[in-house]
Ligand binder design. Structure first.
Ligand code: URA
Length: 183
């Protein structure tokens, strides 16, 4: 199966009710064979409108970190735990995360990244460990199924609390260094 075929499959998915209220599926964007994959939480309003992940205010801030550490956005892959927007940006429900999981797993398998970076708490709890504490454990490295995994603050958290920006830059620099190391 190709990523395009998986996207077509996701477009007709009705495994949870979110397909009914969404405008667009937000499948993911970037390089099909990216070595680095970022996984956020769920599409917001702008993402739902455009079908592209991380294009709203949080996404624009995230772009600045990618630029700061010299990682071209088009060289990575960006997706979310959920492919459809939860109404009014509420947190994803566990049932929605469970329903969407198989699509993300297939997507990861097809892209086959060396490094996965969880953007925020919701993603880290799903991908790394249910008990993950973002404040304490961001920037730590884990290994799962032969891939290196880490988590950083969600860019929305940085918009709410700019004091976290220094830690975010440190983590992003470490991700770039790890990427270069794996070359
Ligand atoms: N927040 C996310 O977690 N994902 C997006 O795509 C946009 C905002």
């Amino acid at each position: 199966m190709s990523l395009e075929e998986l996207k077509t499959e996701c477009e007709s998915c009705k495994d949870c009710p979110l397909w009914e209220s969404r405008t667009n599926l937000v499948f993911g964007t970037g390089s099909d064979n990216a070595r680095l994959m970022f996984i956020g939480e769920a599409p917001g309003e702008q993402e739902d409108k455009t079908g592209v992940p991380f294009v709203g205010a949080a996404g624009q801030l995230f772009d600045r970190y990618l630029y700061a550490v010299d990682i071209p956005r088009e060289s990575v892959y960006i997706a979310n735990i959920l492919k459809c927007r939860p109404p009014r940006n509420r947190d994803p429900l566990p049932t929605e995360e469970d329903a969407c999981r198989r699509h993300l797993e297939k997507q990861i398998e097809l892209i086959d990244p060396k490094i996965i970076v969880c953007l925020g708490r919701v993603s880290a709890k799903r991908i790394i460990d249910e008990g993950f504490m973002i404040t304490k454990q961001h920037g730590k490295w884990f290994e799962k199924n032969g891939r290196l995994i880490t988590a950083v603050y969600h860019p929305s958290a940085l918009l709410r609390d700019p004091a976290k920006k220094g830690e975010m830059l440190t983590d992003m620099k470490a991700i770039k260094a790890k990427l270069d190391e794996l070359k």
